[in-house]
Ligand binder design. Structure first.
Ligand code: SF4
Length: 386
């Protein structure tokens, strides 16, 4: 068995006892219970998030042990391509540096079959199994446009898994034809929608949403669309945007909501914590916020495994937001999935992200092997392809 943080020659119980003494008593007790396979309560989740300094290394160590127990040592990745079909958006979220208003010179919108085909051909010689399609909330994009995207993709390659349209986009599609969200989801599913990105969740707290994304759907609406999708047999991912104006109590509530949904539906495929990239955003200009450290990142991914791992087997790191070295560290602190190759990444790059648009499968595999772990390509729904 391999544990990234552990001396493999030490007996596990000795090591746990030794290391646990580094933590405050209340944190130590929670970690002991977790090592005995107990699930932390919401109060204990707050204690986990209160870890500081060296305690965070300990969280990483315990999360690595729990990850090994829950999913083994394989690190998965998906060979996929992003298609961001428009950057025109009327929502003006303060954390977003990607969108531009209608009429802007930098605005683009293209859902033609030629353009989509070209984007897919750009991925050759790699064989993508998934396309991830998202765009801004363009006033002229309506239900028919979303349908056209699905139809074009299916015509180009009927085997592709279409992972598309955030709950915000689903709402926009439904509003455009004054139909129920349920009917829209069913129609999209009929036309090939395979799963939905659980983006637009940001922080599931309406007071925070009023500040960072006042025009977006509410927390209750996000939860409703996600639960409905799961009930209709459309899996989704789960996300959080962390490290801006929120505090750890918002993290506790957000993770508790995700856990509650998953207990009910089992429709989430993975949890993807997304650190906020501030550089070119209005949020950075207009609000003060506490910038997170590398240790805070480790803490967030580790706690995600410790609190959610029994129900969310897959905790995904984000090489786009963190860069490869930091992503590797999170993979030794609870994560088991590297994410996707992407081929095109505009959203984080617009906000000042420095870590590129494409991670080739070879580069991802090398990073995984450097951790002395096994790499395995997967499909969107975690079917192993290796
Ligand atoms: S995050 Fe999405 S909805 Fe918000 S402004 Fe950016 S593109 Fe628009």
């Amino acid at each position: 068995m391999k544990h990234g943080w552990l001396d493999k020659t030490a007996k596990r119980t000795d090591l746990e006892e030794f290391d646990l003494r580094k933590a405050r008593r209340e944190l130590r007790n929670v970690l002991k219970q977790i090592l005995n396979d107990e699930i932390p309560t919401v109060e204990e989740l707050s204690i986990l998030f209160s870890a500081q300094g060296r305690e965070i290394y300990l969280l990483g160590q315990v999360a690595d042990i729990i990850r090994e127990r829950q999913v083994g040592s394989i690190i998965t990745y998906v060979v996929n391509r992003n298609i961001n079909f428009t950057n025109i958006c009327s929502n003006n979220c303060l954390f977003c540096a990607y969108s531009v208003p209608l009429g802007s010179k930098e605005g683009y919108f293209d859902i033609s079959i030629e353009s989509i085909r070209k984007k897919i051909e750009q991925t050759y010689p790699y064989h993508i199994t998934e396309v991830c399609v998202q765009g801004g909330i363009h006033p002229a994009v309506d239900f028919d446009s979303y349908l056209e995207i699905l139809q074009n993709l299916k015509e180009i390659d009927p085997t592709l898994h279409i992972h598309a349209f955030s709950p915000q986009e689903i709402t926009h599609a439904a509003n455009s034809i004054k139909e129920d969200v349920e009917d829209v989801l069913l129609e999209f599913k009929k036309h090939g929608l395979g799963s939905i990105p659980g983006t637009a969740a940001e922080i599931l707290d309406d007071n925070i949403r009023k500040v960072i994304c006042p025009h977006k759907l509410s927390s209750a609406e996000w939860i409703h669309i996600i639960e409905l999708s799961h009930q209709l047999g459309i899996p989704t991912t789960a996300t959080i945007l962390f490290g801006h104006i929120e505090n750890s109590q918002h993290w506790v509530r957000h993770l508790s909501i995700l856990r509650m949904i998953q207990e009910k539906t089992h429709g989430f495929t993975e949890f993807i914590p997304l650190p906020f990239i501030a550089e070119n955003t209005q949020l950075k200009q207009n609000h003060s916020f506490h910038e997170l450290s590398s240790l805070d990142y480790i803490k967030f991914y580790a706690v995600s495994r410790l609190f959610l791992g029994d129900l969310f087997k897959n905790i995904q790191t984000s090489w786009v937001k963190l860069g490869f070295p930091m992503a590797q560290i999170t993979l030794t602190a609870g994560c088991n999935d590297f994410g996707g190759t992407l081929f095109e990444e505009n959203i984080t790059r617009s906000a000042g992200g420095l870590f590129g648009q494409l991670a080739t499968p070879e580069k991802i595999q090398r990073s995984i092997h450097q951790l002395q772990r096994t790499s395995c390509e997967r499909g969107t729904l975690y079917n192993l392809l290796c």
